[in-house]
Design a protein around this ligand. Structure first.
Ligand code: ATP
Length: 272
């Protein structure tokens, strides 16, 4: 591991996505909005961060940025160490078998044959997929893909793990085994872990720091229990609203995420 105190330092990062308008597919009718806007934080090495937020708030967008799969539109991001994303639908080539996927990933990372063999042995041992490792991934169930993806990321042994709802599709036994392994990463190996889950009890139990993202912005960061408490109050408030009130509230919130025309021109200039 490198000497820096922080595993991740991000300052004012934004991610912009384009939305197509209803009934119209012309370019001029596209809307741009902030999936994330001006998010800043620093995470110390060895911290275990639970990312909370309602549907569409920007959690997965952040996980893709942190893992380097997606690029920021503005701001700065410094990642000190190797990182790996563990998510339901990323990183596996559907046409290749489980074993071929391991080889391709290892080769892309420039690993030696011996290291790839070690990783393969670890995956065979942890994923418990048996003969399915010789089948193309497209023949896997979603739970089996999650087993393979999780096992590959574990075997690669990065400094920073980003876990995005990966456990939600696995069976109970495998989810339990993964949690146990992740606790070991946390307690004995001092890894930095970002953990996205809609299960507040799981997040409270596993994480030290809470990060609440809402409407693409960082609302609160701090002690996990405090952030979970405040987030629960918000969710309860939202649930207590009538359907109409809720729609109005969410629409207004979304309006705030749209890029104003003036700003849009500036961004277009900067990023082509
Ligand atoms: N590739 C994309 N193109 C356009 N919009 C996108 C894309 N990916 C996500 N979005 C939008 O960006 C916003 C943030 O999505 P994101 O997936 O980060 O939310 P989330 O907090 O992970 O939600 P959930 O809890 O439902 O998984 C949403 O409005 C989503 O529709």
């Amino acid at each position: 591991m490198s000497k820096e105190e922080y595993a991740v330092e991000v300052e004012n990062i934004s991610k912009i996505y384009t939305l197509r308008n209803k009934n119209n597919q012309y370019k001029t009718d596209k809307k741009e909005f902030y999936a994330l806007k001006d998010v800043s934080f620093k995470i110390k090495k060895g911290d275990v961060v639970g990312i909370l937020g309602t549907n569409g708030s920007g959690k997965s967008t952040l996980s893709l940025l942190l893992s380097g799969i997606s690029e920021i539109n503005s701001g700065t991001m410094k990642i000190n160490g190797e990182q790996a994303l563990i998510a339901i639908n990323t990183g596996l080539n559907q046409q290749l078998t489980g074993l071929e996927n391991i080889n391709v990933k290892g080769a892309l990372m420039g690993l030696r044959k011996k290291r790839i063999q070690e990783i393969t042995n670890d995956v065979i041992d942890f994923a418990e997929l048996g003969d399915f490792l010789y089948q193309p991934v497209k023949k896997y169930s979603s739970g089996m893909k999650s087993r393979l993806g999780f096992s590959i990321s574990l075997a690669l042994n990065p400094d920073i793990f980003i876990v995005d709802e990966a456990l939600s599709v696995g069976d109970k036994g495998f989810a339990k085994k993964c949690m146990k392994r992740m606790m070991k990463l946390r307690d004995e190996e001092g890894k930095t872990i970002f953990f996205i889950s809609h299960s507040l009890s799981q997040v409270r139990e596993f994480c030290k720091t809470g990060m609440w993202i809402e409407g693409g912005q960082l609302v609160e960061m701090g002690d996990i229990n405090k952030v979970c408490d405040d987030y629960s109050v918000y969710v309860d408030k939202l649930e207590a609203m009538s359907k109409k009130e809720k729609k109005k509230f969410l629409d207004e919130k979304f309006e705030k995420r749209l890029l104003p025309k003036k700003e849009k021109k500036g961004i277009a200039k900067l990023f082509g």
